[in-house]
Write a protein of this length. Structure first.
Lengths: 190, 339
């Protein structure tokens, strides 16, 4: 129960409910869940190109040749990729920063995968970078920082349109709103 | 006017504090959140049933010092705390208001920002952005340890831009607010004191705008000290009378009248800008006033027109107050006093 209670979104009551449920179900059902967890944990790795979660060296999106490699959507977290994919508005590729600039939490440019992003500009022939960091102060600041780095390289740099709930997380935005924000993206004046 | 009587320590101020909290999610007494929770309890609950004409609203707040307040309006979880200000606005008078004139600039900045947010709740977002950007910038300055590497410079550049954007907006709003407060404050002060010399309010910034340029100029200094030395967090509101700084050059009686004038002016400006009359919370407001000032304050409150007012007092109902209802507070219960 203690182990279950450590999972995100699981309070003590839910932990108890799940624990009793697992005691009741057939042994093979419980073992299948256990095996799946082990398997996922052992096989998933971060994509060496975009740092999305995937199985093997490259994630499913980087491995899909139909996806436009010249347009890259920059997000803070792999969960944000799920949110953008849900909109079905985006046919390019991604880059996961692993957070946002946040001195209070000890995050500076060195702690983010910015050098890796810069490295992709030439190799992948990137023409446009869409900055999809969260619509809060830290996300906006990170977008501004990246725009100032990228624009001198001759890349078109855009930011998802405002209209998303301010101070919110991308992953909680509904797909319609996020889809509109993507479509209405504008060039950043940094 | 509703008058609440009770012995000292009966909880009269706590009652007003709770009403104020249901509007601003802050105590007008300041201090830590822990102080709001009864000893031995883990949390405090504030519940306010608001009626304005035929509009009703139920505010419910759970205060737990270990996390953010849980706020519900009409049983719906409230995402943005400033939305509470749309449901309830308050103007508070307390004997502690003297400090507004007498003490350092922090209380006066807080006075301005509270009035701004009460008049225009959306400005709470700007103030929060300033606070947050400032904390981030100060942390970055400390982390830099006085050395300006290329990376620190580039990171500071973006935090400066963010702080400047929100900071210029906040200072601009404060300046316009001071312009709006000055005439009613001067008028009220004149009537309270019968002085010929007018009360003067002036916004005194800590820098020459725009803030972005000022931050760039202050950067070497800021790096050395590990903190942001200029900006909205260093500005002040100067209160003067006939050219004399009220902070140091006025008698305590006049300082008290200046503080009352600031509160009265705030009430007028909020009523005007928000098109809603704040509830007046008068915490023992007459206790420290001489007779003439008390009478003059009553006239002032009369001028503010219809609206709800709640006065607490340890003694009898002050002379000249036309109380619609007198309540006795004892053992945590309010009972009407028959008259
Ligand atoms: Zn990938």
């Amino acid at each position: 129960m203690d182990e279950l209670g450590r999972l995100p979104g699981i309070g003590p009551k839910s932990a108890q409910r799940i624990a009793f449920h697992l005691l009741k179900v057939a042994k093979e059902d419980a073992l299948r869940l256990a095996r799946t967890i082990v398997e996922v944990k052992e096989r998933t790795v971060l994509c060496s190109t975009c740092f999305n979660i995937g199985i093997g060296e490259r994630c499913a999106i980087c491995g899909d040749d139909r996806r436009d490699r010249t347009v890259v959507c920059v997000v803070e977290d792999p969960r944000d990729i799920v949110a953008v994919e849900r909109t079905r508005e985006f046919r390019g590729r991604y880059h996961v920063l692993g957070g946002a600039l946040n001195p209070i939490e000890g995050v500076g440019p060195e702690q983010l995968r910015i050098r890796e992003l810069l490295g992709r500009i030439d190799t992948d022939g990137i023409a446009e970078v869409i900055l999809c960091t969260n619509p809060n102060l830290e996300g906006d600041t990170t977008a501004m920082y990246l725009a100032r780095l990228l624009r001198p390289l001759g890349v078109r740099v855009t930011r998802i349109a405002s209209g998303l709930p301010v101070g919110g997380d991308l992953e909680y935005a509904d797909e319609l709103t996020l889809g509109r924000a993507l479509e209405g993206r504008r060039e950043v004046d940094a | 006017m509703t008058v609440v009587t009770g012995h000292n320590g009966a909880g009269k101020t706590t009652l007003l504090e709770a009403i104020g909290y249901a509007s601003t999610l802050r105590s007008f007494r300041g201090g830590q959140k822990e102080a709001l929770v009864r000893n031995g309890a883990t949390r405090a609950i504030v519940r306010a049933d608001l009626a304005d004409g035929d509009r009703r609203a139920l505010v419910e707040i759970e205060i737990d010092p270990s996390r953010r307040d849980r706020v519900q309006l009409n049983r719906q979880r409230l995402a943005r705390p400033e939305d509470l200000l749309e449901a309830l606005r308050v103007t508070v008078f307390t004997p502690d208001d003297l400090a507004l004139v007498k003490s350092g600039p922090e209380l006066r900045r807080d006075y301005l920002d509270t009035v701004l947010e009460t008049a225009r709740p959306r400005l709470a977002l700007v103030r929060r952005a300033v606070d947050r950007a400032l904390r981030q910038r100060n942390t970055l300055l400390r982390q830099a340890g006085g050395r300006l590497t290329a990376e620190v410079a580039a990171t500071l550049d973006v935090w400066d831009t963010q702080l400047a954007k929100a900071g210029d907006q906040l200072v601009d709003a404060r300046r316009r607010l001071v312009d709006a407060l000055a005439p009613p404050a001067a008028a009220a002060f004149g009537r309270l004191t019968r002085l010929v010399e007018p009360l003067e309010l002036t916004y005194r910034p800590s820098y020459d705008p725009p803030l972005l340029d000022a931050l760039a100029a202050a950067r070497p200094d800021d790096l050395r000290r590990g903190t942001t030395t200029i900006g909205p967090q260093r500005d002040d509101l100067l209160v003067a009378c006939g050219g004399l700084d009220a902070r140091t050059r006025l008698s305590q009686g006049r300082q008290r009248s200046a503080a009352l004038a600031l509160r009265l002016a705030a009430h007028e400006v909020v009523t005007d800008k928000a098109a809603a009359r704040p509830v007046l919370l008068l915490d023992d407001a007459f206790s420290e006033l001489d007779r003439a000032t008390a009478t003059a304050l009553l006239d002032e409150l009369g001028r503010l027109g219809a609206g709800q007012a709640i006065l607490t007092t340890a003694g009898p109902v002050p002379d000249g107050i036309d109380a619609a209802l007198v309540l006795q507070l004892a053992d945590g219960r309010l009972t009407p006093v028959p008259r």
